[in-house]
Design a protein around this ligand. Structure first.
Ligand code: SF4
Ligand code: SF4
Length: 383
C-alpha cells in the first residue's frame, strides 16, 4: 500500500459544535423507480412510516401527494414523489418486530426496516472482528465525528449487542487521534465494554475505506465487519429502539458559507429548504455532493434532496484558477493509492477500472487538471 497522506485543513471553515435537528420540512421527496409501477395519485393521503411502493423508504412525515419532481440522485437524475407535510405526524399502523435474540431475528428486523445494505453486509459471512468507525474522510465532513460525539453511549450499546448476536470476539472503536473531545467521552464509558478496544487513527486520507483501514489495523478485511458511526446509529434506532429509519445526518460545509454544521433531517428533505433555513452564503460558490475530493459537482441546488447516501454538501468558494498545460511532473501517478499510471490515462484519455474516485490526483496536480473525471469509471459496468 502507498503511504497515506494527510490532507490540508481549510482553516476558513468554521464548524458549529452541535447537531441541528430539522423536524418540520414543508415537503419530502421520495425517489421512485420510473420502470416500476407506482399507484399514488395527487391528493392521496400518506401516513408517516408508510413504505412507499417499490422503494426502500418509509415516509418520515404524513401528508398529501402533490406531484413528482426531477431530482439529482447519485451520479444520475431521477424522479421523486413529492409529499407535502400536513405537520400532523399521523403514523400508519405498524407491527413491531419481536425482541431480537438471535442473528436471524437481527436480519429479519433489518429487512423489515429496509436497511438492506446493512442486511447484506451482516449476512455475507461470519465475522471475527467488529470495527465501529468514527472517521470522516474529507476535511469538509464532520458527520461521523458529531454522531460519535453526541451518541457515544448508543453506539457502544449497539456495537456490544451486535457482537453478542454475531458471536464476534474482538471489537474496536476507531477514532481519529485529533478528535480529543470524542476520545475523552468514549474513554469514559469504554470500561463497561470489556471486549472492545479504543484505537486511535492518524489523520490520514482514505483510512475510512475498509481495505485501507483493515490493512492499517493489521486485521483481515474479509473477517471484519466495519460499520461507520452513522450505520451503527441506524442499528441503534432499528434494533434497540425498534424504529423505522426516517432521518439521516448530513454535513453542510465549505468556505463559501458563514458556519458549517451537521444536520439531522428527514429523508427526502430538499437541500434548498435546509439552506434557506440554516445557511448563510457569503461568497460565490461551486456546489459539491458528497465531498470536495470524492464528490461530484452540482449545478443546481434545487435538484438536490437529502437521501441516505448523501453525507456531505460542500459550498466551495468559486476559484479563479484555470486549468493549465500538463508539465509532466508525474505527481498524479505517484500519489495514486491504486498505483494507476494516471499521467498515461490523461494523455490517452483512458478510464481505469481500479480507480476508487478518491480525487488525490486532482488534489496534487499543479496544473489543476481534472484527472479524476477522466480516469474514474462512473458506472463500474462501463468497460
Ligand atoms: S481518483 Fe482514481 S486515479 Fe485519481 S488518485 Fe484516486 S484512485 Fe488514482
Ligand atoms: S500531476 Fe498534473 S501536471 Fe503533473 S503529470 Fe499529472 S497531469 Fe501532468
Amino acid at each position: 500500500m502507498r503511504p497515506l497522506i494527510k490532507l490540508e485543513e481549510n482553516k476558513q471553515v468554521f464548524f458549529v459544535n452541535e447537531i441541528y435537528n430539522d423536524t418540520d420540512p414543508t415537503h419530502v421527496y421520495i425517489p421512485i423507480d420510473i420502470n416500476k409501477q407506482v399507484s399514488y395519485k395527487t391528493r392521496d393521503y400518506i401516513y408517516k412510516n408508510t413504505l412507499i411502493e417499490n422503494t426502500l423508504v418509509h415516509t418520515p412525515i404524513s401528508g398529501y401527494v402533490t406531484g413528482v419532481k426531477k431530482v439529482k440522485l447519485r451520479e444520475k437524475f431521477g424522479l421523486a414523489l413529492e409529499i407535502t407535510n400536513d405537520f400532523k405526524e399521523n403514523p400508519c399502523k405498524r407491527i413491531l418486530s419481536k425482541r431480537i435474540k438471535t442473528k436471524e431475528d437481527l436480519l429479519a428486523s433489518l429487512k423489515d426496516k429496509q436497511l438492506l445494505e446493512l442486511y447484506d453486509k451482516i449476512n455475507q459471512t461470519t465475522f471475527q472482528n467488529l470495527v465501529l468507525l468514527s472517521l470522516d474522510e474529507e476535511v469538509y465532513s464532520m458527520k461521523e465525528f458529531m454522531i460519535t460525539s453526541k451518541f457515544n453511549n448508543e453506539l457502544l450499546e449497539s456495537a456490544s449487542l451486535l457482537m453478542d448476536l454475531l458471536a464476534i470476539k474482538k471489537g474496536y472503536v476507531a477514532i481519529k487521534n485529533t478528535s480529543s473531545s470524542v476520545i475523552k467521552r468514549v474513554r469514559s464509558i469504554m470500561g463497561t465494554y470489556l471486549n472492545m478496544k479504543l484505537v486511535l487513527l492518524p489523520d490520514k486520507y482514505l483510512l475510512g475505506r475498509i481495505d485501507f483501514l483493515c490493512s492499517y489495523l493489521n486485521i483481515k478485511g474479509e473477517e471484519t465487519l466495519v460499520l461507520k458511526a452513522s450505520e451503527m446509529y441506524d442499528i441503534y434506532e432499528a434494533i434497540i429502539k425498534n424504529h423505522f429509519i426516517l432521518d439521516t445526518f448530513v454535513t453542510i460545509s465549505g468556505d463559501a458559507i458563514k458556519k458549517s454544521l451537521v444536520l439531522k433531517v428527514k429523508i427526502g428533505t430538499s437541500l434548498k429548504e435546509l439552506v434557506d433555513k440554516y445557511i448563510e452564503i457569503i461568497k460565490d460558490y461551486e456546489l459539491y455532493l458528497n465531498g470536495y475530493l470524492e464528490g461530484e459537482k452540482i449545478h443546481n441546488i434545487e435538484d438536490v434532496i437529502i437521501t441516505k447516501d448523501i453525507h456531505t454538501i460542500v459550498f466551495k468558494e468559486k476559484q479563479k484558477v484555470v486549468e493549465e498545460k500538463c508539465i509532466k511532473c508525474g505527481a498524479c501517478s505517484r500519489i495514486c493509492p491504486m498505483r494507476i499510471n494516471v499521467y498515461n490515462c490523461y494523455v490517452n484519455n483512458l478510464r481505469h477500472q481500479k480507480c476508487i474516485g478518491c480525487g488525490l490526483c486532482n488534489y496534487i496536480c499543479p496544473s489543476h487538471i481534472h484527472l479524476k473525471e477522466i480516469v474514474e469509471v462512473k458506472n463500474k459496468n462501463e468497460s
